[in-house]
Design a protein around this ligand. Structure first.
Ligand SMILES: Nc1ncnc2c1ncn2[C@@H]1O[C@H](COP(=O)(O)OP(=O)(O)OP(=O)(O)O)[C@@H](O)[C@H]1O
Ligand SMILES: [Mg+2]
Length: 348
């Protein structure tokens, strides 16, 4: 029998009731489907307010979808057994000020129902792994932001979960903290675990993720291996030539299809995909222009992110506000009822 997927979101929607008397609703996530395979690292990317935290909260069972389904290891997320195999680092974890890091991790052991025997060893090992063992007896109100983030990650991993969900794990960390966290995330993969994390720090996503999912205004815009996503973006080639500024006119006349920009040394010509590069270079040489460099310009994750974040949403804007009745009679297959009355979160 094949092992069930660690995580499966199927056509998940989330609407929040907002405003006075909760008469309005705001859509945070629309028709999101995403599956994670065992032992992969997937990054969720999206601008502020895209719905990343909402999605991760639904994955961890902290809030429930208005419609659609979340399954962990083949089980519905509301089953405790499914959640037991999952660890979560929230975006803004809450810490008890007067607990020490050691006490906090013991509390996490208790919440995870870990057997009493072996807890102390595990707590000590995690304090050491996260580099806060020296501060184990310090009340956490005296922790710096980075130390708190480390304590939060230690708590998320204390019960050795198979699926690890991290909301912005790298934000607020200094370069050493980021390096340590990246190493821990890679170690999780090496140990056969599955990781889903959200981030704004694109180089980290590029280095860590097997796949990325880009969410904008609550909708999944792209999903796949980074190499594939970047592959099907346009790949221009930049040719840099050294010459007198006066030759700009000649270049513009001779090469009207190229994007010509001045540089300190001369000009940079942007060659669109489809142009015959060899022929172009031959013509430039024939004009006695010194070619300094020829660089294929690959679409970067940043380009992709910005393009999606700035692009128009695929259909009507998902961030709609509607009267309560509107939510119930949504015509487009949108949520009609909330399981467990779960979408009761109200913006104060
Ligand atoms: N409890 C809530 N009640 C009402 N609206 C909410 C609630 N939680 C989130 N939202 C709305 O849902 C949308 C998505 O928010 P979410 O926190 O998921 O975004 P995000 O992608 O995590 O953003 P960021 O990068 O800033 O953390 C936002 O428009 C937000 O205002
Ligand atoms: Mg967030």
């Amino acid at each position: 029998m094949t092992e069930p997927l660690p995580l499966e979101l199927s056509h998940v929607h989330k609407r929040f009731k907002t405003g006075f008397l909760s008469l309005r609703t705001a859509t945070a996530v629309t028709d999101l489907s995403l599956a994670l395979r065992t032992n992969e690292i997937v990054g969720i990317l999206g601008p502020n307010g895209a719905g990343k935290t909402t999605t991760l909260k639904m994955v961890t069972g902290l809030i429930f979808p208005t419609a659609g389904e979340v399954r962990l290891f083949g089980e519905p997320v509301h089953r405790r057994a499914a959640r037991a195999r999952m660890g979560f680092l929230p975006e803004n974890p809450y810490f008890y000020d007067y607990l020490t890091a050691e006490e906090f991790l013991h509390m996490a052991c208790g919440l995870a129902d870990m057997p009493l025997a072996g807890r102390q060893e595990r707590v000590t090992a995690m304090l050491k792994r996260l580099g806060i063992h020296h501060a184990r007896a310090l009340p956490m109100r005296k922790f710096s932001k980075g130390m708190l983030q480390r304590a939060g990650l230690a708590a998320a991993l204390i019960h050795d979960p198979d699926l690890v969900i991290l909301d912005e794990p790298l934000s607020g960390l200094d370069p050493i903290g980021r390096r340590d966290f990246r190493e821990i995330i890679l170690d999780l993969k090496r140990a056969g675990k599955t990781v889903l994390f959200s981030s704004h720090i694109l180089p980290d996503v590029e280095d860590l993720c097997d796949r990325v999912a880009i969410i904008v205004k609550g909708r999944l815009r792209e999903e796949g291996a980074l190499t594939d996503l970047l592959e099907h973006g346009t790949r221009n080639t930049d040719i840099e030539v050294r010459c007198e500024p006066a030759r700009g006119e000649l270049l513009a006349r001779e090469f009207p299809t190229l994007d010509c920009a001045s540089t300190l040394a001369g000009f940079r010509l942007g060659v669109p995909v489809g142009e015959n590069l060899q022929e172009l270079l031959g013509r430039l040489i024939a004009l006695n222009l010194e070619i300094v460099s020829v660089r294929p310009h690959r679409l970067s994750l940043e380009d992709l992110f910005v393009a999606h974040a700035e692009g128009a949403p695929p259909e009507a804007p998902p961030e709609r506000e509607a009267r309560d009745e509107g939510a119930k009679s949504a015509p487009d297959g949108e949520p009609k009822s909330a399981p467990d009355g779960a979408n009761q979160e109200v913006e104060s």
